[in-house]
Design a protein around this ligand. Structure first.
Ligand SMILES: [Zn+2]
Length: 276
């Protein structure tokens, strides 16, 4: 069987507290964060770390929960919070039905993150209200179509779910559309913020700079991909040239995570644009 190593660390920046859960299995290590500020819990972590996260949930006074998207590493403990705390849980309206039933995940995701039991969610509106602030709910599709970011108008804190994760993205999930991710990153810059709270990279004081760097990286990548595409190279050839390394997650996931999804999305976008 798979031996999963787990741990959790609690920390804070100003009024934002968080639990950072870590899982490691077969050489793949990942962190996932759950944030708390002003009565609001943003994302719940994974059920593979249920006990670790529960100690954090019991330390803070959760009045409501907002989820950046439905993935199991963000919503895996929603059912526990619902049963124990009886507080509302909000998510993009499109994901409400999906959240009502248990997840049906491929094995590698079940091993890393555990199951995501069904729970009852309410659809997010355009804003959220906490005790001391009004928040903007910003549609930031790309990683998933239901992905949102949360912006605290009073403090300028930006919670970006899985929009950022890392600057130099090399592989994405098959459901991610990197063209939309790029547009969402640019859209975020319309808001006045510096620090971001990312569900896999944590609190980034220079978050705005990181997002600009990611935009630059993706635009450069798009240029490189389209150059090879226009020269007549196919997806596999472009992939070998631009992403020569093989990433363990690609094999483990049966190519659900792959560099090819990045290449395909940019090419499809280019083809659609040229038909206009
Ligand atoms: Zn995700």
């Amino acid at each position: 069987m798979f031996k999963l190593e787990k741990s959790v660390a609690i920390d804070r920046n100003n009024d934002v507290q968080w639990a950072q859960g870590k899982v490691a299995v077969q050489g793949i290590a990942m962190s996932v964060y759950s944030f708390y500020v002003d009565g609001l819990l943003i994302d719940t972590g994974s059920s593979s770390l249920a006990q670790e996260f529960q100690s954090f949930f019991n330390e803070v006074d959760i009045q409501q929960v907002a989820l950046t998207h439905a993935h199991e590493d963000h919503s895996g403990n929603a059912i526990w919070i619902q049963q124990q705390k009886e507080v509302p849980i909000y998510i993009h309206g499109e994901a409400v039905d999906e959240c009502a039933s248990d997840s049906n995940l491929p094995l590698y995701r079940k091993v890393l993150w555990g199951e995501r039991p069904g729970f009852s969610a309410k659809p997010l509106g355009a804003t959220l209200q906490t005790n001391r602030a009004t928040w903007d709910v910003i549609a930031t599709p790309g990683h998933t179509t239901d992905h949102v970011s949360f912006y605290n108008r009073a403090t300028g804190e930006m919670f970006t779910g899985d929009l950022y994760v890392q600057t130099k993205t090399k592989v994405v999930l098959d459901e991610e559309n990197i063209v939309h991710t790029l547009a969402s990153l640019k859209h975020l810059l319309n808001y006045d913020f510096e620090t971001i709270y990312c569900c896999h990279a944590g609190c980034l004081i220079d978050g705005r700079t990181k997002i600009i760097e990611k935009i630059d990286y993706l635009e450069e990548l798009e240029g490189d991909i389209l150059k090879l595409h226009k020269q007549g190279f196919g997806v596999e050839e472009i992939s070998k040239s631009i992403f020569p390394r093989e990433y363990p997650i690609t094999k483990v996931s049966g190519e659900q995570w792959s560099s090819n999804h990045i290449i395909t999305a940019f090419i499809q976008h280019f083809s659609k644009e040229s038909l206009r």
